[in-house]
Design a protein around this ligand. Sequence first.
Ligand code: FAD
Length: 449
Amino acid sequence: MKDWMVDMQAAVGEERLLSDPGQVDKLSKDYYWYSPVLVPLLQDKRAEGIAVPHSVDEAAQVLASAWKHRIPVTTRGAGTGNYGQAVPLEGGIVLDLSKLDQVLEVTESYARVQAGVRLGALEKLLREEGKELRIYPSTYMKATVGGFVCGGSGGIGSITWGNLWDGNVLEAVVLTVEETPRRLTVKGDDLIAYIHNYGTTGVLVEVVIPIAAKVEWTQTVVQFDDFESAARFSHAVALDDTIRKRLVAPVEWPIPTFFKPIASKLEAGCSACLLETEHGSEGLLAAHASAAGGRIGYTIPPEQYRKVIGLSDFTWNHTTLWALKTDPTMTYLQAGFDKDRFLDQIALIKEQFGDEVLMHLEFIRTSGVVAPAALPVVRYTTHERLYEIIAYFRSIGVRINDPHTWVLEMGGRGEWDAMVNAKRANDPRGLLNPGKLQTPVESISNQEG
Ligand code: FAD
């Protein structure tokens, strides 16, 4: 066994430094395979070992060993990220934080948790106490709080509370990678260097997130003869502040046919909007539906909430998952439409690409503004064609965060200067998830002896 592995084994204990090839392979992967571009590039990448600390001190010792032996470290939550965020490009160790899973404090307004706490477990606990998460990804049952903060963007709840950058992270306790790792407490604007950082600027071991009072939710499908009506309805509901809501997600026909567990409950040939709104808002929804020519369809009442497969399991990037299950040639884009021109932009895209691009929007409120984010489903043919489609979106003013690259600066979002500065300070040997934040890695390795 290599020296560094011996050191790390001493840090976490023999049983928690995994080197079995099957386990190492599995824990070196995320959902990168959503992208046909990334599959050939990442399928052979793996770590040399997986360290599974059970305490923050153990995690710090692993990082000290990594620093000493110059071993790359890729932090992992549940590995549900999409663009090879958690795939080690240069071997080394995967630091699996899933056993840092203690809920440390819950108050009326926030929860302080270790980074490996699963969002689904936290939501369950909070709802038992009359509270709930503000925002969470559709992968909440598996995804960890740390992984969401470092790899995600927004999700269910973002129509009310915004995305991760809208005050949905209050504090993070971060370990640095140095001879003696420091434990930083990061708050306020400084958090920008750690949100959606792919674990490149520090290892989050504790996170404080704001929470909300529990609401009784009803999930409703509203169906339309055409997607434009579904989008208009969704926009109107998204803007209607009298309706408390967590989810407003219109999908174009034939996407509903991909939703096998509920497809038989949906009207054939119809585009649909999947909603999660406060119980009691049914009348308001029905009024919006009839104004837009829609019909209320399959409904999950509060008594059935989370007892049957929920509508949020078909939204956000789960929509792509169901599409892929139906047709493995499908992939997707991450797009930001103009809040005032999105219907025109969608019409142009449909005119240009027809069914090669199927529309799927997620309405969110970010920086106080309601706008459609989108995860359109794309029938993949060639790399060249995919980038033609991306270029067209951009040419008509639609923002694309390219999900077919692991490079933060190309696909991610955030303040690069803040991330670069944090990386310089926290990771002087450039060991954290090398290759993902490309700007500083070379300059750091030039600086550091
Ligand atoms: P991982 O995949 O383990 O990690 C994500 C990134 O963060 C990696 O770069 C990793 O190195 C880093 N990281 C993890 N933990 C830490 C830590 N403690 N400190 C430092 N770095 C860390 N995303 C959304 O935002 N919204 C959605 O609705 C959504 N829906 C999805 C649906 C499907 C079906 C899939 C496959 C993905 C979806 N995603 C979504 C992406 C992903 O599931 C979420 O971002 C999720 O929160 C990631 O959590 P995780 O624990 O699996 O993170």
